[in-house]
Design a protein around this ligand. Structure first.
Ligand SMILES: *[C@@H]1O[C@H](CO)[C@@H](O)[C@H](O)[C@H]1NC(C)=O
Ligand SMILES: *[C@@H]1O[C@H](CO)[C@@H](O)[C@H](O)[C@H]1NC(C)=O
Ligand SMILES: *[C@@H]1O[C@H](CO)[C@@H](O)[C@H](O)[C@H]1NC(C)=O
Ligand SMILES: *[C@@H]1O[C@H](CO)[C@@H](O)[C@H](O)[C@H]1NC(C)=O
Length: 334
């Protein structure tokens, strides 16, 4: 008797088990098929991930059925928010992490519309054509870190949308400058070219003062650039993201961005898991799809003479104070 019951139980578990595996396989298959649901002649070039996620999102809400779901409702929207900088501040990580939000769709490439004269001359419809497909209730975000430091950009963005939201992700300025240098250095090394030492570029050899002509130094004077932007946009339209904290505690930073963009809080601990091998957080979009940011994002910096670092920190100090004062966000930079 007991034996028979056990056998029945085993049978039940087996059925339940295969059902569970079956539904996972079904889901995987579904995600797969959603990549090519195109009816009609005009093929939509799929930015597959976003597109898929958007469709899945609608499907999950029971809002429409399967493949045909609202394809005609997909639009290419101009960005409602732009990550304008800064270079080496963590703009890619920020964009990828915001893209975890079901209401956010990212432009995959840096478009360089506003900072590049040739692109800008192509006009706003060219810019729009570079945007990903999205549903009307979603928002589009692009990032091009050159925007922050390019003189013409604030006015041009203002002309497109004077109420646009602007995100700036910053790191401690001296670290950022070294990181900026490291990226250029690696580019040279890949081409077997030699390059100056950081110390030589950052310090003027005749005055022994900080060389403000060096681009990596100038980019780190955040307040100077921000002041140019403030001629067009009120400070409320900017949100400052702490790039150092985005690495160690991404969720807290992302919650602040959700608030700033008036998005419902949707990015959760599920979406971010720490990978101990990398020492970085990786992104989990759903049970099927996750990804880690490219390895080059955690470059090892070259050794720099500590006295040069100190000189730079002293140099940036008053600019940092001004930056805190203007933005209302204080950092523990030296
Ligand atoms: C579909 O989603 C929209 C919001 O995007 C909502 O207003 C509408 O009620 C939904 N329709 C159905 C049938 O669930
Ligand atoms: C301008 O940006 C704001 C803020 O994101 C957005 O609400 C508005 O729809 C945008 N306007 C246009 C015309 O895109
Ligand atoms: C750089 O130099 C190394 C060793 O001298 C050589 O093997 C490599 O092919 C070179 N790479 C390029 C891009 O010239
Ligand atoms: C963690 O990072 C390592 C090294 O980059 C990688 O091989 C591995 O797949 C990652 N694990 C997860 C779960 O993402």
């Amino acid at each position: 008797m007991l034996f028979k019951q056990q056998a029945q139980l085993r049978q039940k578990l087996l059925v339940l088990g295969s059902l569970a595996i079956g539904s996972v396989l079904y889901l995987v298959a579904r995600v797969g098929t959603l990549e090519s649901p195109i009816p009609g002649p005009e093929q939509i070039p799929l930015r597959s991930i976003q597109f898929k996620r958007a469709l899945l999102h609608e499907l999950r809400r029971g809002n429409g059925t399967k493949e045909q779901l609202g394809l005609q409702r997909l639009v290419q929207q101009l960005p409602q928010a732009i990550i304008i900088g800064v270079r080496k501040g963590g703009t890619r990580a920020l964009l990828e992490m915001l893209n975890l939000h079901p209401t956010v769709v990212k432009a995959s490439q840096e478009i360089h519309y506003f900072d590049n004269a040739k692109n800008y001359a192509r006009g706003i419809e060219w810019y729009r054509s570079k945007m990903p497909f999205s549903f009307p209730h979603q928002i589009t975000i692009e990032k091009s870190p050159a925007y922050f430091i390019t003189d013409e950009v604030p006015e041009r963005i203002f002309k497109m949308n004077s109420s646009i939201k602007l995100l700036i992700i910053v790191r401690e300025p001296t670290t950022r400058a070294v990181s900026d240098y490291t990226q250029v250095l690696e580019g040279k090394e890949r081409k077997n070219k030699t390059y100056h030492k950081f110390e030589k570029l950052a310090i003027d050899s005749s005055t022994f003062e900080v060389n403000t002509k060096y681009k990596a130094v100038r980019t780190s004077i955040y307040t100077k650039h921000l002041e140019r932007w403030l001629k067009y946009f009120p400070v409320e339209q900017f949100h400052i993201v702490d790039g150092d904290r985005l690495i160690t505690d991404p969720l807290s930073e992302l919650k602040l961005v959700e608030q700033f963009l008036h998005l419902p809080p949707r990015i959760s601990p599920f979406n971010l898991y720490f990978n101990a091998t990398r020492g970085f957080y990786c992104l989990r979009f759903n049970i099927v799809f996750s990804k880690c940011l490219a390895g080059s994002k955690g470059r090892i910096h070259p050794e720099v003479d500590p006295s040069v670092l100190t000189k730079l920190q002293r140099f940036f100090h008053p600019f940092n104070q001004k930056f805190y004062q203007i933005t209302g966000r204080t950092f523990t930079w030296p």
